[in-house]
Design a protein around this ligand. Sequence first.
Ligand code: IDC
Length: 305
Amino acid sequence: MTAFERYGKLRIEGQRLVGEDGRNVRLFGMSTHGLAWYPQYVCEETFRALRDSWNVNCIRLALYTHEYHGYCTDGDKQELKTLVCKGIDMAVSLGMYAIIDWHVLGEQTPLTYADEAVCFFEEISGKYPGCPNLLYEICNEPNRNAGWDEIKKYASRVIPVIRKNSPEAIVIVGTPNWSQRCDLALEDPLSFDGLLYSFHFYAASHLDKERALLERCLKAGLPVMVSECSLTEASGHGELDLESSESWFSLLDEYNISYMTWSLSASKESSSVFCSGCKKLSGWEDEDLKPTGLWFRNRFRSEKN
Ligand code: IDC
């Protein structure tokens, strides 16, 4: 039975992500690296292997907006949209969930490309009206001076565009400081239903202080998704901190928080799951995986699905 057959259409009840029958659901899986960098993993073979061998139930499709052939800069819009749609179609046909991630990063504030975001989300939600497998992440990581007010303003423009076509779609909203300030959303939430606020961590850089902030928000009942995390430093490089990782995941387990892992690639970075140079799209052996890959594959396999 696929995850989608088991849970069906998801919704947010208070703080919880639940399935059609009201039972708790946890989404867990891989985030792609930038789709323009590593398009090869958006294929049936890879998604199927992640589902069947790694027990993954969700894929996050990271569409960079600004850097490296970003969708709003020098990227090929048509090609990138085709990839996004291919990823969604495959997740649907394999009974998985997909998160479409408008990967705000280099531009710092989501307001920079708000007009493009409106067009993009209008088009995608129009192509997939009411699609129950699809979650919308509208701004990966606002950062530096981008404040919660700006994010709210942006979200208030984009969410109604999505909800016009998919009135009950779950929307994931990034928070200031690289999606580490979900406390600001707790103090001053958006007025829409069906939202998850995102919190991101990289276990070797983010430690007790950040965990305490997330825990405080979870205790207070904030609906949260960890739509990106890894075991390394926030640069995506460096050593893994396994002790900190265990502490993060015991907190996530306590509240049944969904999480997506950075990244599905064979880049040189220690945060990518495949060894650099590995070209396989499925059938990965232990020796094809970096320590991050081995750790997460075990973790996914231990999840109930
Ligand atoms: C990093 C990539 C790296 C790329 C860089 C580009 O791993 O190859 O050069 O972005 O800007 C995030 C971001 C995510 C980062 C990742 C690691 O969401 O885009 O990817 N990270 O730095 N937040 C915290 C860490």
